[in-house]
Design a protein around this ligand. Structure first.
Ligand code: UD1
Length: 448
C-alpha cells in the first residue's frame, strides 16, 4: 500500500524528504541478445593523438592534426595547451585540430587538468626541451621516484635535467641545452619512451633509448617528429637513436587509427556471433588479437582499409598473456575476460602490466561470470549465458568490457559511470545501435 489515510487519532505525516541531495547521472542501458552486423569506422587513436598534441609544443607556429577523435580527453588536452599559451582550434566534423604554439609557451600544467588526464604528463619532455623548465602537477597517487614515473625522471636526468617534486608538482629544469645520452629503460614504458623522445629531439648530440616501447602509437609520434625535422633512427624497433637538432618546424600529420577501438569491435562481433566490417583499421597492429579471435572459431578477412570479422557459434575460450607490443595489449584484456566468460571451456588470462585491471572482474561476477583471480592470473570458466545487472565502469577499457558483456547478457545491463567509456570511444552507442544492438543512454537519479 503506497498512500495511507490517518489511522485513529494519529495525524497524517508529511512525506519523508531525503536528507541526501538527489544526484542525476547518465547510465548506459543495454538489452542483450542482438547479433551485431554492419560496418563501422575506427577513429584516430586516443593514445596517440594526446601525445601528438604534446609534440606540437616542440615547434613555434601552426601544427595541424587530422583524424582527431571527438572524445573528452582531446578536449582536456586542448584546454591544457591553451593554458600553456597555445591557440587551439578544433573542427569536429572535419576531425582536425590546429595548434598555434607561441615562441615562448608557458610551462605550468595544473592539477585540475592533470588529474583528469594522466597523459598530460607527456608535456613534461617537450616543455623542458622548449622552455628550459616544466612544472607538471603529479597525477594522483604518484610520488617522485615511485612506480609510475621513475623511468620518465631517470631518463630526463640522464639527458642533464634536474627533476624534483615540490608542492604536488614535478619540476624539471635544465641550466643548458639537454645533452644526448644512452638511456636503458627497465621496462618498455610507452609514456617514458614518448617523453624521452620529445626531450631528446632538441638535445645536443645523440641519444639512444634502449628497450624502448614499440607500439604503433610510438611509431606514429616518431613519424610526426620526423616530419617536423627530427632525426630518429630505428623507428618501430626497441632501440631508438635520436640525433638532436636545434629547431623543429610545425607540421601536418594524420593520427594512426585506433587499434583498441578496432579490437573492441572485433571482440563484439565474435561474442555476438555477428558479422562486422571495421574500416580505417590496420590488421597488422592487431596481429596477435586477431589470431586469438581466429582460435575462438571466428573467421577474419583482411581488407585494404580494415578487416571483417564473422562468427556463427559460441566462441571457444582462449588463454591470453598481456605484454608490451607486439604482445597482447593490456587494454583489450577486459574484453577477453568478457569473451571467455561466455565461451566454451576455461581460459587463463595473465595480466603483466596493470594488476588493478582485475578489479573489473567483480563487475563481471555481478553479471554471472565465473572468474577467479590469483595475483596476476584470472581463471575464467565459460558459462552458457550471463544475466544483466547494474554494474559500474571503473575505467575506459573495463567499461568497454562491460558493454560487450551486456550485449550478450540476458535482460538489461545498466552501466554506471559511462563517462569513462566516452573518454575513449567516439559515437559508440550510435554505432552499436546501427549494428543492431539495443542500447540507450539515459539519465537516472541515484534514488531511482
Ligand atoms: C599507455 C596507455 C595505456 C596502456 C599502456 C600500456 C596512453 C594514454 N595510455 O599508458 O592505455 O595500457 O600504455 O600499453 O597512451 N611504469 C613504471 N615507471 C615508469 C613508467 C611506467 O613503473 O616510469 C610502469 C607502469 O606503472 C605500468 C607499466 O610500467 O605498470 C606500463 O606503463 P606505460 O607503458 O608507461 O603505460 P602508460 O604510458 O602510462
Amino acid at each position: 500500500m503506497l498512500a495511507s489515510a490517518p489511522v485513529g487519532n494519529r495525524r497524517a505525516q508529511p512525506p519523508a524528504v531525503s536528507a541526501i541531495p538527489l544526484r542525476i547521472m547518465d547510465v548506459f542501458e543495454i538489452t542483450g541478445g542482438a547479433r551485431l552486423c554492419g560496418e563501422v569506422r575506427a577513429t584516430g587513436a586516443k593514445n596517440s593523438v594526446l601525445k601528438l598534441m604534446a609534440a606540437a609544443l616542440l615547434a613555434t607556429g601552426v601544427t595541424t592534426l587530422r583524424e582527431v577523435p571527438d572524445i573528452l580527453d582531446v578536449t582536456y588536452m586542448a584546454e591544457l595547451l591553451r593554458r600553456l599559451g597555445c591557440l587551439v582550434e578544433r573542427d569536429i566534423p572535419a576531425r582536425t585540430l590546429t595548434i598555434d604554439v607561441p615562441e615562448v609557451p608557458s610551462h605550468q600544467a595544473d592539477y585540475d587538468l592533470v588529474r583528469k588526464l594522466r597523459a598530460s604528463i607527456n608535456v613534461l619532455g617537450p616543455l623542458l626541451a622548449r622552455c628550459g623548465e616544466a612544472h607538471v602537477a603529479l597525477p594522483g597517487g604518484d610520488n617522485i621516484g615511485s612506480r609510475g614515473l621513475d623511468m620518465h625522471i631517470d631518463g630526463l636526468e640522464r639527458l642533464g635535467a634536474t627533476v624534483r617534486s615540490e608542492h604536488g608538482f614535478l619540476i624539471a629544469t635544465r641550466s643548458a641545452r639537454l645533452t644526448g645520452a644512452h638511456v636503458w629503460l627497465d621496462f618498455p614504458s610507452v609514456g617514458a619512451t614518448e617523453n624521452l623522445l620529445m626531450a631528446s629531439v632538441l638535445a645536443e648530440g645523440i641519444t639512444v633509448i634502449d628497450n624502448a616501447a614499440r607500439e604503433p602509437e610510438i611509431v606514429d609520434i616518431c613519424t610526426m617528429l620526423q616530419s617536423m625535422g627530427a632525426q630518429i633512427d630505428g623507428v618501430g624497433s626497441s632501440t631508438l637513436t635520436i640525433t638532436g637538432v636545434e629547431v623543429l618546424n610545425p607540421t601536418d600529420h594524420t593520427t594512426v587509427p585506433d587499434r583498441l577501438v578496432a579490437g573492441t569491435w572485433a571482440v563484439a562481433a565474435v561474442m555476438t556471433a555477428g558479422d562486422v566490417t571495421i574500416r580505417n583499421a590496420h590488421a597488422a597492429h592487431l596481429a596477435i588479437v586477431l589470431d586469438k579471435l581466429t582460435e575462438t572459431g571466428a573467421h577474419i578477412d583482411v581488407l585494404p582499409d580494415g578487416f571483417r570479422v564473422q562468427a556463427e557459434a559460441r566462441p571457444r575460450s582462449v588463454d591470453i598473456v598481456t605484454l608490451p607490443y607486439p604482445g597482447f595489449p593490456t587494454d583489450l584484456q577486459p574484453h577477453f575476460i568478457a569473451l571467455n566468460s561466455i565461451a566454451e571451456g576455461a581460459a587463463m588470462v595473465t595480466e603483466n602490466l596493470f594488476e588493478a585491471r582485475f578489479r573489473f572482474v567483480n563487475e563481471m561476477v555481478r553479471l554471472g561470470a565465473d572468474v577467479r583471480t590469483d595475483g596476476h592470473h584470472a581463471l575464467v570458466r565459460g558459462r552458457e549465458s550471463l544475466s544483466g545487472a547494474p554494474v559500474e565502469a571503473a575505467d575506459i577499457r573495463a567499461g568497454a568490457g562491460l558493454v560487450l558483456a551486456g550485449l550478450v547478457a540476458s535482460g538489461t545491463t545498466t552501466i554506471y559511470e559511462p563517462h569513462h567509456i566516452d573518454r575513449g570511444y567516439e559515437g559508440f552507442l550510435d554505432d552499436l545501435t546501427r549494428c543492431g544492438a539495443a542500447v540507450i543512454r539515459r539519465s537516472v537519479s541515484d534514488q531511482d
